[in-house]
Write a protein that binds this ligand. Structure first.
Ligand SMILES: N[C@@H](CCC(=O)N[C@@H](CS)C(=O)NCC(=O)O)C(=O)O
Length: 228
């Protein structure tokens, strides 16, 4: 059995999508990162960088339990465990890994800073707001160019690299970009949205987040996510 320690954020959603796509059985444990649960000693034992997502697999390599932190490492582990969504042929495998690293090194950190400075920072700093909107738009441009040549981000088949990027791009309304400028990203996003397992993985996180929030938090989130 796999236990997913998560909070309902894009980094958590990557893993619920993969678990659903693979049809693996899993339990979820909510880590309330707003309340500081990520700093509890028992969580730090499995996630020393105090971040979600983290998994514990009771049947890891050689049948022994294993815990894994960092979403990229978790996706690679699950792909290797199931033999799905990352080819073994060396060239194709490297394509998947390079686009997965692109998400981990660029899309996640830059989009995350965009969310921070534009939606959450108590003080508005125009330089920082603009810097991360510009960087976000540049990254949409990189993805759009790639998706003009390739059905999915790494290959002509769906892979863990797509699962890593989708939950971030699903927040496009928060990014200060015009999706009309990125028609290939739009086409890719619509193709992925049609996948039942991806929808279940996303919905699981959204429902959990919604259940946890106070009416004020719900109102704020609704306003942020629906701002034009
Ligand atoms: N590089 C990490 C990033 C994970 C991450 O930033 N998690 C955030 C939520 S999306 C978190 O747990 N933050 C809590 C904290 O930093 O205290 C990964 O890809 O797993």
């Amino acid at each position: 059995m796999i236990t997913l320690y998560f909070a309902p954020t894009p980094n958590g959603q990557k893993i619920s999508i993969m678990l659903e796509e693979c049809g693996l059985q899993y339990d979820t444990v909510l880590v309330n990162i707003l309340a500081g649960d990520q700093f509890k000693p028992e969580f730090l034992e499995i996630s020393p960088n105090n971040k979600i997502p983290t998994i514990v697999d009771s049947e890891g390599p050689a049948g022994k339990p294993i815990s894994i932190f960092e979403s990229g490492a978790i996706l690679i582990y699950l792909a290797e465990k199931t033999g799905r969504f990352m080819p073994t042929e060396p060239l194709a495998r490297m394509q998947v890994l390079q686009w997965l690293m692109f998400q981990k090194a660029s899309v996640g950190p830059m989009f995350g800073q965009n969310h921070h400075f534009n939606d959450y920072a108590p003080e508005k700093i125009p330089y920082a707001q603009n810097r991360y909107i510009k960087e976000t738009a540049r990254l949409y441009g990189v993805m759009d160019k790639r998706l003009a040549q390739s059905t999915y981000i790494a290959l002509d088949e769906y892979s863990i690299a797509d699962m890593a990027i989708f939950p971030w791009v699903a927040n496009y309304k928060r990014h200060g970009v015009d999706m009309l400028d990125f028609p290939n990203v739009r086409r890719w996003m619509d193709d992925l949205k049609a996948r039942p397992a991806l929808r279940t993985g996303m919905a699981h996180m959204i429902e959990t987040r919604w259940k946890q929030m106070s009416p004020d938090e719900k109102k704020t989130l609704f306003e942020i996510e629906n701002k034009e």
